[in-house]
Design a protein around this ligand. Sequence first.
Ligand SMILES: *Cc1c(COP(=O)(O)O)cnc(C)c1O
Length: 383
Amino acid sequence: MANSINHPTISSDEIIRPTRLEINLKILSDNFNKIKTAVAPAKVMPILKANAYGHGLVKVAQLMQELKSDCIGVAVLEEGILLREQGITIPILVLGGIWGNQIPLFLKHDLTITASSADKLSQIDEFASQMKTKAKVHLKIDTGMERIGVHYYTAEKFLESAVKCKNIRIDGIYSHLANSELLDTTYTLTQLERFQEVLRFFEKHSIEMPLRHIANSGAILQTPEAYLDMVRPGIMLYGVYPSNETAKTIFVQPALTWKSLVVYFKIIKAGHPVGYGLTWKPKQDIRAVTVPLGYGDGYFRSMSHKAEVLIRGKRYPVVGSISMDQIIVNIENDSAFNGDEVILIGQDGSNKISVEELADWAGTIPYEILTNINTRVPRLYLE
Ligand SMILES: *Cc1c(COP(=O)(O)O)cnc(C)c1O
């Protein structure tokens, strides 16, 4: 069993916080391999942005490299630089928009740039020329999301200028889907069609086709015609489906368990209020335990009066307002002892609490639950 708080590695005896995330690397590997098999011969670019959806950027990147992933996708430059500094050598595409001053750092660390306008292209070309290197880029086409990228209806001019840049190597071209998780794939197919139309440029001018990619988890699950040359799974790599309605055509399992321990036990007398704002009180005497985590760890305060946890395999409600660092759990007439395990996300016997449930309680989506588990929660990796 090895573990680390994100990248600095500490040994398991050094974990002193009872609250921790356990990440099962075997499950992550299985998820990756299932996706790979399902989409073959298309390549796979695992998406590791936002601390690998909370699972720990460096460790997940190391695993993907061990599994011979073709490449990795991250959102921001710093994530890419950190991975290079930690010895990741496979291609890394930074998916987000850039500003000019960042370009030299991309080139220095051999990171692949998303080029999302003609202006950016010429800046990249210029810097690469100064640094006597060739910039690796993927061109970004906006097929109907209005985030970054050149609109599909003006892409031809963009591609014409791209192929003229002497100091740029066009490794890929991509677009992003706005609602591929819906069962109704009409808009996804429209976006795909617009993308295919843009891609005709390469055939028309007999220019070698760069790597084409558009599919995120929703499309990997529901729209095989969108696989093209490569797919970009994010949330499903971690074993979570993009929404409740998405068809679960590939079986993946959650890789993460969020745990803590009981650190305090007491009886709360009938009518005695609990927590900040005194928002809840028991009708009769109850037994309650305190667990050392809170919204400062990403256990959202908006889940107050809804959240449940597992102790000894049984569900119990969190009572009162969720504090920054502590929650109080009503165990009624049952018993629990200091040091008993508390599951916030995960399975205990036949009972299970899912990321989706937390998302419902918090009024958000599973993505936000995962990416908000704070870095102060130690990550423990199970081999
Ligand atoms: C986040 C992201 C993905 C992965 O999305 P999931 O829905 O998590 O699979 C893929 N491509 C881009 C450009 C992204 O920003």
